[in-house]
Write a protein that binds this ligand. Structure first.
Ligand code: ADP
Ligand code: MG
Ligand code: ZN
Length: 736
C-alpha cells in the first residue's frame, strides 16, 4: 500500500508556533491558507488587524517556489520584510530605493532560489525585462495585498494596480490570493474581475473590531479637546485626523507647546519631511501624528491606541478605515469623533463646488450618512456594521458612548416651546431671521450689541430661558434642527426659521421627549474600551519596553518588529523565567527567542528580585461574543509540570529548587491549577487562622494587585498564600 503523502497544510500549526510564536489561528486564517495551498484562487476580506499577512506568509514556507507579494507602498514592503527577518524568514523586496549593487545581489539570490517571499510594487512587476526574470524564479503563488487599490470604487485607487490583470496570463497555473479590509460589495466584485480570478474562494469575516471603542462628542475648542485627550494617556500613541493641511500643522504645534511630542503629516509636505515624521511616529519617537487622510495605508504600527477625528469625515467608509488604524494588535483602543453642525455646513459648502451632478449627489448622500452616524443616539458599532450590511445582534456592545452611558430622555416640551416661539417672535419682530447663537442669547436675556441694535430685549421671549445655561439652549436648537422643526438657511449665514412642522408643533402644543445631549469634554479622557485588555505588571511592562526600544534601535527598525506590545504584556503578567517559558509567550518564536530572549529574561529576573510578583485574573473575553476564548485556566506546560511534582508529594520549596523557580511562582502555578478545578487542600498552604485573617484583609479589596493586602497583613503572609487564597475563594464562588 502506498503511504499517503502528508498535505503541506498539516505543517502549518507547528510552523505557526515555531516561526511566529502563535498557538492558534485567528478566525478564517486556516481556511484561507488551506484554500490557497490547494491551488485555488482566494479572496480574503478581513478587517484591519485580523492577520491577513499571515494568510500568505505561512503557506509560503511550505509550498514549492517563491511567493510574490504585490504591495502598494515602499514603506510597507520594508516594514513587512523587517518583521519577517526578525522571525527568521528568508524574504526580500525589490524597489527603487535599492542601490544597483544591492539590487544585483538580491537578483542573484532570487536566481539561486534563496527566498521564500518577494515583495514588489505593481509597476515594477511588469516593467522592462522583469517579467522574464520573474518567470525564471519558480513563482508558486501571487499575493495581492491591499487589493482594493485595483478598484476605482475604493478609497485608495492606484492605477498601477490595473496592470496586474496581465499577470494571470503570464502565470496561468499559479494561485492568486487577494487581500483587503475594504468591505463594500462593489470593490469586492472589482477585485475578482480585474485580477481575472478563477472561481475564487471568497472568505469574508465580520467587520466588527471588538477592541475599538467609538465615541462622538460635541466639538468645542477642538485643540483643547485633543490635547486633554492625549495628555490623559501619556504612554499611548495616537493619530488625529484633520481636514486641512494647515490645521494638521497648527494642531501639532499646539500639542508640542503642551509638551506632547507631535508631528504633522500631509501630502503637501516635502517628501523628506513627510517620511521623517512618519518614521518618528513608527519608532515611538513622536507620540502623536496630526494628519490628513493622506496618512494611513502604509501604517502597520500595531500599537496605535487612539484615533481622533477633529473634523467630520466625508463618508462612513473612510471613517471606518481611519479608525481601523487603531488597535491592530488587538489591545483596547479608543476612537473619538468631534462633531459639530458647523462642520456639516462647511462641507455642504464644499459640495456646492462639485459641478458634476452625479458626483455631487454621491458626495451629498455620503455626507448625510456620516451625519446620521454622528447624530445617532443608538449603538455606534451597530450603526457602523449596519452600514456595511452586517447585522449586529446585540443590544449593548459595551464599547460605545451610547451603550456605556445610555442617554437620558426627558420631557422637553416647555423648553422646545420656548425655543420655537423665540424663533417665531424674532422673525415676526423685524421680518428677518437670526442665527442659533443669537436665539440662545435672547432666551437667556443676554445684553449683546445685536440685541440692543435690534431691540430684541422687547420680545416677549426675552429672558424666558435665563434659568438654563446658554450652551444647553444651543444644544437644544441643534436637536430641533435634527428633528426638522427649524431649518438653517444655506446662504452662509445659517439663520434659523420654523419649518412647516415647527409651526404646527408650536400651534398643537404637542409634547416633546428629547434625549439629553452627551456630556462634553472631560469625560472624553476616560477610556472605555476594554475588550482585548491584557492586565499586566505595568512597571515591568515599562521596563521591557525600554529594553525593546534599545534592541530595535540597534537594528534600525521600529519597536514592534522586535516584539509586539501584546508579547510584552504577556511577559509582564506571566514572568517567564527560562527560555522554555519564554516560548509560551504569544509572538515569541524560535528566532526571536534566540535573538532577543536573553535581555528580556534578564530584565524580568532583575525585576522579580526587586518587586513583588503580581497575579492577574483571566483575560477578559472580548466584546465579540461569537468566538469562545481558549480557557485561560488551561494550564501551560510549566504549570502542569509543577502540579505533577506537587501531587507526587514534593514540597513547594523542593519544586522551586528543582525547577529553578521562585517559590511564589510555584505557588502561582498551583493557584492556577486550583482555579482550573484541581482539588487541592487549602490547609496544605495556610492554617485556618491565617485563612480567617486573609478573608478579613481581602474584605472590600478591589482590583487584582496583592500588594495592598500584603501590607495590610503586616507582610506576614506570603504573596504565594495570598494568591492561593484568591484561587480557592474564586473557586468557591464559582461553585466548582
Ligand atoms: P491585517 O493585514 O489583516 O491588518 P496583520 O497581518 O498586519 O493584519 O496582523 C495584525 C497583527 O496580528 C500582527 O501583529 C500579527 O502578528 C498578529 N497576528 C496575526 N495572526 C495571528 C495569530 N494567529 N495569533 C496571534 N496574533 C496574530
Ligand atoms: Mg495588511
Ligand atoms: Zn454600542
Amino acid at each position: 500500500m502506498k503511504a499517503i503523502a502528508p498535505s503541506p497544510a498539516d505543517r502549518l500549526p507547528a510552523l505557526l508556533k515555531q516561526i511566529f510564536g502563535y498557538d492558534s489561528f485567528r478566525p478564517l486564517q486556516q481556511e484561507i491558507m488551506a484554500a490557497t495551498l490547494a491551488g485555488l484562487d482566494t479572496v480574503a476580506i478581513l478587517p484591519t488587524g485580523a492577520g491577513k499577512s499571515l494568510c500568505y506568509q505561512l503557506p509560503a514556507l511550505v509550498r514549492d517556489g517563491l511567493t510574490v507579494v504585490v504591495s502598494p507602498l515602499i514603506a510597507l514592503m520594508k516594514d513587512q520584510v523587517d518583521q519577517l527577518h526578525a522571525a527568521g524568514v528568508a524574504a526580500t523586496f525589490l524597489n527603487s530605493t535599492l542601490e544597483p549593487a544591492e539590487m544585483a545581489a538580491r537578483h542573484a539570490d532570487l536566481d539561486a532560489g534563496n527566498f521564500r517571499l518577494l515583495y514588489v510594487a505593481p509597476e515594477r512587476l511588469l516593467a522592462g525585462d522583469f517579467p522574464r526574470k520573474l518567470a525564471g524564479w519558480n513563482v508558486g503563488a501571487i499575493a495581492v495585498d491591499e487589493a482594493h487599490c485595483i478598484s476605482e470604487w475604493g478609497h485608495d485607487f492606484r492605477p498601477e494596480y490595473r496592470q496586474l490583470a496581465t499577470l494571470r496570463e503570464r502565470f496561468p497555473g499559479v494561485p492568486f490570493i487577494a487581500l483587503t479590509a475594504t468591505a463594500t460589495p462593489r470593490v469586492r466584485e472589482d477585485i475578482v474581475g480585474q485580477l481575472r480570478l478563477r472561481e475564487p474562494q471568497v472568505f469574508i469575516s465580520s467587520f466588527n473590531r471588538p477592541n475599538l471603542s467609538y465615541r462622538v462628542i460635541p466639538k468645542s475648542k477642538p485643540e483643547r479637546q485633543v490635547w486633554e485627550f492625549a495628555a490623559a494617556r501619556p504612554q499611548d500613541a495616537g493619530i488625529v485626523y484633520c481636514q486641512s493641511r494647515k490645521s494638521t500643522e497648527a494642531l501639532a504645534a499646539v500639542l508640542r507647546a503642551e509638551g506632547i511630542s507631535a508631528v504633522a503629516y500631509h501630502a503637501g509636505m516635502e517628501a523628506a519631511e513627510r517620511s521623517k515624521n512618519q518614521d518618528a511616529f513608527l519608532r515611538d519617537e513622536a507620540r502623536v501624528v496630526c494628519a490628513t487622510v493622506a496618512f494611513g495605508m502604509g501604517i502597520n504600527k500595531p500599537n496605535v491606541r487612539w484615533v481622533i477625528h477633529s473634523d467630520l469625515p466625508k463618508n462612513v467608509e473612510g471613517y471606518y478605515q481611519e479608525t481601523g488604524r487603531a488597535g491592530r494588535d488587538g489591545l483596547p483602543a479608543d476612537c473619538l469623533l468631534l462633531y459639530s453642525r458647523g462642520d456639516v455646513m462647511k462641507q455642504l459648502r464644499f459640495l456646492d463646488e462639485i459641478t458634476d451632478e452625479q458626483a455631487h449627489a454621491i458626495a451629498k448622500s455620503q455626507l448625510d450618512q456620516m451625519t446620521e452616524y454622528a447624530e445617532d443616539e443608538g449603538c455606534r458599532r451597530g450603526h457602523l456594521l449596519g452600514y456595511f450590511g452586517e447585522a449586529w445582534p446585540h443590544d449593548n456592545c459595551g464599547g460605545c458612548d451610547s451603550c456605556l452611558s445610555p442617554r437620558e430622555t426627558y420631557d422637553a416640551t416647555l423648553d422646545c416651546r420656548k425655543f420655537l416661539s423665540c424663533v417665531f417672535r424674532i422673525r415676526q419682530h423685524g421680518g428677518f431671521t437670526t442665527g442659533l447663537q443669537h436665539v440662545a442669547d435672547v432666551l437667556c436675556g443676554a445684553n449683546t450689541e445685536k440685541i440692543r441694535r435690534w431691540k430684541h430685549e422687547t420680545l416677549s421671549t426675552y429672558g424666558i430661558g435665563s434659568d438654563t445655561p446658554r450652551a444647553e439652549w444651543v444644544a437644544l436648537g441643534r436637536q430641533l434642527l435634527r428633528l426638522d422643526l427649524i431649518r438653517q438657511s444655506q446662504d452662509g449665514f445659517s439663520t434659523v426659521a420654523l419649518t412647516e412642522a415647527g409651526r404646527t408643533a408650536l400651534k398643537d402644543g404637542r409634547p416633546f421627549l428629547l434625549v439629553r445631549p452627551p456630556a462634553s469634554t472631560r469625560d472624553s479622557a476616560t477610556a472605555i474600551a476594554k475588550a482585548g485588555d491584557i492586565p499586566c505588571d505595568e512597571g515591568l511592562f515599562a521596563a521591557l519596553r525600554a529594553v525593546r526600544k534599545n534592541l530595535a534601535d540597534a537594528r534600525d527598525v521600529p519597536s514592534y518588529v522586535v516584539f509586539s506590545d501584546v508579547s510584552l504584556r504577556h511577559m509582564a503578567r506571566e514572568y517567564p523565567s527560562d527560555p522554555a517559558a519564554m516560548l509560551h509567550i504569544p509572538g515569541v518564536g524560535e528566532r526571536k527567542l534566540a535573538d532577543f530572549g536573553t535581555p528580556m529574561l534578564e530584565t524580568i529576573a532583575v525585576w522579580i528580585d526587586t518587586h513583588p510578583q503580581q497575579t492577574f485574573a483571566a483575560i477578559r473575553a472580548s466584546a465579540e461574543p461569537v468566538r469562545k476564548m481558549k480557557s485561560e485556566n488551561e494550564l501551560n506546560g510549566t504549570a502542569l509540570a509543577t502540579l505533577e511534582r506537587y501531587k507526587s508529594g514534593v514540597s513547594i520549596d523542593q519544586i522551586a529548587k528543582e525547577r529553578g523557580l521562585a517559590a511564589s511562582t510555584v505557588e502561582s502555578h498551583l493557584a492556577k491549577a486550583v482555579e482550573g478545578g484541581e482539588k487541592l487542600d487549602p490547609r496544605a498552604f495556610y492554617s485556618a487562622d491565617e485563612e480567617a485573617e486573609m478573608r478579613i484583609a481581602f474584605e472590600g479589596h478591589e482590583g487584582l494587585a496583592l500588594k495592598p493586602v500584603f501590607e495590610k497583613l503586616g507582610e506576614r503572609v506570603s504573596y504565594g498564600s495570598l494568591r492561593l487564597f484568591q484561587a480557592f475563594e474564586s473557586r468557591a464562588t464559582s461553585g466548582t
